[in-house]
Design a protein around this ligand. Structure first.
Ligand code: NAD
Length: 427
């Protein structure tokens, strides 16, 4: 492993802990599958990255310049695909790491895409709708030369939603001169969005959890769950788990955490939040310390917020039987070493949250063909692809006697490596 550290790209991405985490994972996989060093050399660096100043007029009349990023890790298998994140911590290294994970995820799911990611360092909760719209449109304008339905197709992520995608679609369409819904996925249905896309990531997470519960021989009705993050992914995961009889005993968001050992009424919590109230003030549970949430005793722990939440500091304190990584990169490699010594069943992020990009793929296909599917087709195909991927990862983990994460990454890396080898090195 030591010698391989020369692969950590410096200085552009090298000092970012999250990008190092992604590269270290790749190095471990490369060792495991005996990856061709020439291919590793190419896969350990993103194909292309853009940093753009995004100056906008704020509501108070002053100009503020945000910094935006778009990184395309791989274009080998097709257009690159990945979310747009609006969060104060967004930086080049984070976006590059997330782009790399998208490559492995698309490959694992057998989708004809490479990985990309983008984002703007900002706090979306402090921006008005008008400011967000101006920022999104200006950023889209800046990255126009590198995005396109056959080049790079953005989607929502942390801090962005279907309205953000509608603004990107409109800005791009105005530039090319015709309506171009296939430039983004995760759009509103009326603009060519796919029924079930908003719920897809959470649903995919729950399909995986049901498989994992069967593996550990626990009935959903006897299971409890704790979910960190109550945004798009976290809220849908809670709802879908509750529908299947799993008791949600702890939930959090960036403002606080709540717990109720008797179960939290998820529909009532959704209504409470829709009414503009804070999660931590929900009357049907007691407020707890946010750090305490991750170590609550439960059957399933679902980190569905940010990366690097499970570290060497708290990994040994987890009291769950299944760790379902709905967020991207929630577990650090040091924490992974600790968890691999335990009997916690890990559903790694590249598999667990792949439902989002899978239905994004369905949306892109429908937009390209201008032929739309109904909800049952979408959900049926999603479930079919998620179960297939879960079974493949499980079989690989058993066969090679390796952790689920290594199995999922190996399958993804191996597929891209094969394609790179076949295409050769240009010129
Ligand atoms: P979102 O913005 O809709 O929700 C994020 C949630 O996390 C919010 O409830 C927020 O309050 C909470 N949060 C933020 N900081 C927190 C903290 N320190 N502690 C606890 N909660 C905190 O975002 P999302 O789309 O639900 O994405 C969540 C995660 O899932 C991200 O890691 C994202 O990359 C990943 N993901 C999302 C999709 C998708 O389709 N949206 C697909 C794949 C992966």
């Amino acid at each position: 492993m030591e010698a391989n550290h020369k692969h950590l790209p410096r200085p552009v991405y090298g000092d970012s802990p999250i990008f190092q985490m992604a590269v270290l994972q790749l190095l471990s996989v490369a060792e495991l599958i005996d990856l061709d060093q020439n291919i590793l050399e190419r896969l350990s660096k993103p194909k292309r990255a853009m940093i753009a100043s995004v100056p906008i007029r704020m509501d108070n009349g002053k100009t503020h310049t945000f910094i935006g990023y778009r990184v395309q890790h791989s274009l080998t298998s097709g257009p690159s695909k990945g979310g747009m994140r609006y969060h104060p911590n967004v930086d080049l290294g984070e976006v590059a790491a997330l782009a790399m994970w998208m490559t492995w995820k698309c490959a694992l799911m057998n989708l004809p895409f490479g990985g990309a990611k983008g984002g703007i360092a900002c706090d979306p909760e402090k921006l008005s709708m008008e400011e967000k719209e101006r920022m999104t449109r200006r950023f889209t304008e800046e990255i126009l030369p590198i995005i396109g339905p056959r080049m790079d197709v953005p989607a929502p992520d942390l801090g962005t939603d279907e309205q953000t995608m509608a603004w990107i679609m409109d800005t791009y369409s105005m530039s090319v001169g015709y309506a171009c819904p296939e430039i983004v996925t995760g759009k509103p249905i009326e603009l060519g969005g796919c029924i079930g896309r908003r719920e897809a990531t959470g649903r995919g997470v729950v399909y995986c959890i049901m498989q994992a519960l069967a593996e550990i021989d626990v009935q959903p009705g006897n299971a409890t769950a704790v979910v960190q993050g109550f945004g798009n992914v976290g809220a849908v995961t809670c709802q879908e788990l509750a529908t299947r009889g799993v008791k949600i005993i702890g939930v959090s968001d960036r403002w606080g955490a709540i717990a109720n050992p008797l179960g939290i009424d998820v529909s009532a919590l959704n209504k409470h939040i829709a009414a503009g109230k804070l999660l931590k003030d929900f009357p049907g549970a007691r407020a707890i310390d946010a750090n305490e949430l991750l170590t609550l005793e439960c059957t399933v722990l679902v980190p569905a917020a940010l990366e690097r939440q499970i570290t060497e500091k708290n990994a040994s304190k987890l009291r769950c039987r299944i760790l379902a990584e709905a967020a991207n990169g929630p577990t650090t490699p040091d924490a992974d070493k600790i968890l691999n010594q335990s009997d916690i069943f890990i559903i790694p992020d590249v598999l667990c949250n792949a439902g989002g990009v899978t239905v994004s793929y369905f949306e892109w296909v429908q937009d390209m063909q201008q032929f739309f599917w109904d909800e049952s087709q979408v959900n049926q195909k999603l479930e079919q692809l998620m179960l297939k991927a879960f079974q493949q990862v499980r079989a690989c983990a058993k066969e090679m006697n390796i952790p689920m994460r290594m199995a999922a990454l190996s399958l993804g890396v191996r597929k891209v490596a094969k394609e790179k080898k076949r295409r050769g090195l240009y010129p």
